[in-house]
Design a protein around this ligand. Sequence first.
Ligand SMILES: N[C@@H](CCC(=O)N[C@@H](CS)C(=O)NCC(=O)O)C(=O)O
Length: 221
Amino acid sequence: MIELVQFPWSPFCIVQRRILEYTGLKFKIVNVPNTVRSLVWKLTRGRYYAVPIIKDGRTVVFETDEDSQVIAKYLDDTFHLGLFPRELEGVQSILWRGIETEVESHGFKLNDIYWQEFVPRPEWWAFVRHKERKFGRHCLDQWRKQQAQLLQDLARSLLPFEEMLLDHAFLLEGRPRFVDFDLYGMLGNFLYSGHYELPAAHSRLKDWYRRMTRIRSDRFQ
Ligand SMILES: N[C@@H](CCC(=O)N[C@@H](CS)C(=O)NCC(=O)O)C(=O)O
């Protein structure tokens, strides 16, 4: 059985978790602490420390660079999910770069504002240290102060995706492709704390999000 090594609020882990759920097959979730990556390091034989990774029997799959999508392509090949059709290759690559930079950068800050509610207390110091080393001293407090602006920025970054849903049920067509799962993961991270809803003005996106939460691949076979 495939194992997904993750932590629950990670945007990139939510992408792969939803793809695995979409297959309708059983898989195992192995949660690691956000601040401890020894299992990832061990499984990848010292080649990777980020999450997600997946383990499929003796095969361990992980990303090779920021835009590689190795895991999603592995799952797509293994389960014939049709997430990366040839004719959409370039379009999807452009889109996922936007999704994983602009949408993600607003969404994770908004979720991190509530970090004390979901990071276990023994990990607080390491979580704050990790964030501050990457984003500067008191970044979490700054994001709290910028919350209203970040919400506006997020809503603005989502407008093109709302527009993409004008004529079909998923972003590119009448069935979900990789970018649907990618956006779903970024938004799943934004919504994780339970303090937010998707912007009211983006009603198509709200319906799409509900659809994406339940959709299974057997509908498209
Ligand atoms: N492009 C990678 C990004 C993975 C990533 O950035 N994961 C974060 C967690 S959301 C991570 O583990 N970062 C390294 C760290 O926290 O030390 C993917 O799609 O999986």
